[in-house]
Ligand binder design. Structure first.
Ligand SMILES: [Zn+2]
Ligand SMILES: [Zn+2]
Length: 123
């Protein structure tokens, strides 16, 4: 396949918009695809913006639901901290164990949240 502008050059890519074969010099990488000209680059950008907006309005692929484990771990953390506080007050002895386990749950919750954040490309 030859470049549509330069017959002597081999094409390395195809324009995302009009499908013309382009050589390295003619190819314009828009980030969303290869364009053969400024006009095509603009069209590709526009199409990309449109699909992004469409996806947004349909809620596709943008914000994956927060993993249940995040709130679950946080919930257990709160419960254990409350139990720890209750035991500490009622016994007049600081209940290290409950607070330690609560802390572990909070860390677990934070870790799953962080993993969720890292996996989400748009956030
Ligand atoms: Zn083109
Ligand atoms: Zn060319």
């Amino acid at each position: 396949m030859q470049c549509f502008r330069h017959q002597e050059r081999a094409a390395i890519a195809v324009c995302q918009h009009c499908g013309k074969a382009t050589c390295a010099e003619c190819s314009d990488d828009t980030g969303q695809g290869i364009a053969c000209s400024q006009a095509c680059a603009a069209e590709i950008q526009e199409a990309y913006r449109l699909t992004t907006r469409l996806k947004q309005s349909f809620g596709i692929g943008l914000t994956p639901p927060m993993p249940a484990s995040v709130s679950m771990y946080a919930f257990f953390g709160v419960i254990l901290a409350a139990v720890g506080a209750y035991l500490s007050f009622s016994r007049d002895v600081f209940d290290y164990l409950s607070f330690a386990v609560a802390a572990v749950f909070f860390v677990m919750s934070w870790l799953s949240y962080k993993r969720f954040k890292d996996a989400c490309l748009i956030c």
